[in-house]
Design a binder for this molecule. Sequence first.
Ligand SMILES: [Fe+2]
Ligand SMILES: [Fe+2]
Length: 376
Amino acid sequence: MRRIGVFGGLFDPVHFGDLRVARAAMEQLALEEIVIVPFQAPASGRAAAPRRDRLDMLTIAFSGVQGIAIIENEYEQTLAGLTDALRAVRMGRQDADIFLLMGTDQLHSWLAQRNSLPVLRSVNVALFYRRESSDEARLRAMALNVRVSILQMPALTISAHLARAQIGLLSDAPEVLPQPVAEYIALQGLYKPPYAAMMRSQMTQKRYVHTLGVKDTAVRLARLHGASMQQAAVAGLLHDCAKCLPIGKLNALARRYTPDSLKEFTTGALLHGPVGAQLARVKYKVKDPDVLNAIHWHTVGRAGMSVLELCVYVADAIEPSRKDYPQLSEIRTLAQTNIKAATLKAMLATRDYVLSTGQGYLAGADALGDLQQQVG
Ligand SMILES: [Fe+2]
Ligand SMILES: [Fe+2]
């Protein structure tokens, strides 16, 4: 008889715990296949991520794992939904022996529902534990003649809740999330305020396209060079948040929030960096100092830039919608391997451009010196 696992959940988002459960079940129960059932979010408590994104993250997380099928149909996380999902799994898999994978907390909540016993008795329940969970549900289920086996694996200490909390703090949650899932979350802006939508209403279409390009590029550079992709996404989305302000408003905000920068950042074109950082802090409630610095210094750079600041600076210079300039392709190539050298080249290109327009180049002198020393 074919042995098929069924693993239901919200997967909001899928995390290493889910992968460990699937692997343990596959090996220990000698399963031919595990069917993943991403349940519909309950109408009460909202799902944090849209269904399409939860499915895409599952596909990313399980890519390369043999014997995994992800169900596209939407089932409620209710007894009726579970019954329908099991019927769908059995269809085309006649005579399959079904192993329903679940945490003890889930078993507890199924047992609390009326009429759940026929469904639970129609399958084998394969249980895993979370650190805080008790054995009560298993003992009750066994007393009620539900076939229960225990997956031999350490109790899970991570959860989707923990993943969302860490992402909210702009960490890539490396202990909880596979890196490609964290990257997806950064690129799609999940589990964070909707900064992209906020920017769209604040800028021209062209500036918005540039903004998305900087976000995507900064995320990829952050992954390559070991900065947080979540920080890179937020800094990329907000870096030009003050760019489309009328000059009068820009100056007024500078006088109010960052008067020192008026001396240093002499033109409106440069001032949108420090003013943007203050807008990000005050209006968009960003607290992360590294993100605020990346926004502040994205126009001229500074000595001692963090890896995140370098990634955002370079992303601004090389994002896909950038109009071509002499060193562009060289900087793009360099950015893949040496972010400091790429930053230096981008700064020199900016200086050459500004000088060629007849303006004196004042800003960024110490940033240039610092990088020249480091890159050698
Ligand atoms: Fe800018
Ligand atoms: Fe920009």
